[in-house]
Design a protein around this ligand. Structure first.
Ligand SMILES: *Cc1c(COP(=O)(O)O)cnc(C)c1O
Length: 370
């Protein structure tokens, strides 16, 4: 028995509030066992799996209302692999990387590859965001739509840089939870284990005609590009609803179900309204609380999908997270390297806003009874 037992009527129905891997809806698991039974354990070069990949690509294109000429491509290795693939096959000479936390920083590190010019890194204090600025010679402008380590969201708006410069957005934790205009990005890439409620291991990207042209041109330039990290290879295979090597079929099945669920409920606008409802409950509570404050000071920068809340020094946030965990409410710990007296709570689209309200009641109960 935990020291503090949260009464049942205060507990959320589902206690998963982690920022990735994150809550997978029970209906997705049922679909995995049902439809998946015919597909799992079968060849990824045959029609059933290719049709599944095709369905995921079409569903994502619908979700993001992709403009004419945009395509959905995919490959193995998650968003981390995409950073290296971009260093090999997307950045021509130099990137500008906005860094407002861990994930933006990781792409900046990948963009510092020896065959490229040193990236123009614009770093903001954690909890704030940097802005892109047109710089001559920069051919990729990159930032995360949602910085998962701090809970800072940045708008997806094209940079008016040199002709042909690409706007490349990391949508890993935002995709499927924050609405945006796809025409404002050339590449919007993500892995599906966050808002899209699937498992890790794959990356997806919606790519504009300009990005496709860039991928083709860099691939033809004679630069050494490992096969596994070749975006040209991913482009060619994706058009055939394939990947270079074996993909995780369960990840594709879970994702396909999630994308149909979002599209069937009203698409990205519906998802956006739902994550805003959940996150507003937490931000409003923290604003009014005597012991908590939203970590992100500027309300315009506050993420609707990853809520970070700081606590006064007389409250031990780590102890709250530990008690919540003992009561079945998991993964509310802050990003480990941020080192703050904080809770970080995902309000992804799969998470019921009613469960977020119950989470707040549970947190209050733990504070009052500690
Ligand atoms: C989780 C996350 C990543 C890393 O994704 P992997 O699939 O684990 O490589 C990258 N960017 C952002 C914004 C993330 O939240």
């Amino acid at each position: 028995m935990p020291d503090i037992v949260i009464p049942r009527d205060l507990l959320p129905a589902d206690g998963r509030f982690g920022c990735g891997p994150s809550k997978i809806r029970p209906a997705q698991l049922e679909a995995l066992a049902g439809r998946g039974a015919a597909i799992l354990g079968t060849s990824h070069r045959q029609a059933p799996v290719k049709n599944l990949v095709g369905s995921v690509r079409a569903g994502l294109a619908e979700l993001f209302r992709v403009p004419e000429g945009y395509e959905i491509i995919l490959g193995d290795g998650g968003s981390t692999a995409f950073w290296d693939a971009a260093a090999f096959g997307l950045i021509e000479k130099r990137a500008q990387n906005l860094v407002s936390g861990e994930f933006g920083g990781k792409f900046a590190a990948a963009a510092a590859a020896p065959w490229l010019e040193a990236p123009d890194v614009r770093k903001a204090e954690p909890g704030t965001r940097a802005s892109a600025e047109a710089v001559e010679g920069v051919d990729v402008y990159a930032w995360p739509h949602n910085e998962t380590s701090t809970g800072v969201a940045s708008p997806v708006v094209r940079v008016a840089g040199d002709a042909g410069a690409l706007t490349v957005i990391d949508g890993t934790s935002a995709a499927g939870g924050i609405d945006f205009d796809a025409a404002q990005a050339d590449v919007y890439y993500f892995a599906p284990q966050k808002n899209l409620g699937s498992d890790g291991g794959l990356w997806f990207a919606l790519v504009s005609p300009a990005a496709i042209e860039r991928i083709e041109r860099v691939a033809a330039s004679g630069r050494y590009i490992p096969e596994f990290l070749s975006l040209k290879n991913a482009l060619d295979n994706s058009r055939l609803n394939q990947t270079l090597n074996t993909p995780a079929l369960a990840t594709l099945l879970l994702l396909d179900d999630q994308v149909s669920w979002i599209n069937g409920n009203g698409g990205l606008a519906w998802a956006d309204a739902r994550t805003h409802e959940s996150s507003a409950a937490l931000y409003d509570w923290a604003e009014l609380s005597a012991v908590a404050t939203p970590f992100v000071a500027d309300p315009d920068d506050r993420s609707p999908v990853v809520v970070t809340v700081d606590f006064n020094e007389n409250i031990d946030a780590a102890a709250i997270a530990k008690t919540l965990r003992a009561n079945g409410i998991v993964d509310t710990e802050p990003y480990r390297k941020l080192g703050r007296n904080q809770l970080r709570i995902a309000t992804f689209v799969s998470i019921d806003p009613a469960d977020v309200r119950q989470l707040i009641r549970s947190i209050e109960y733990v504070i009052v009874n500690s």
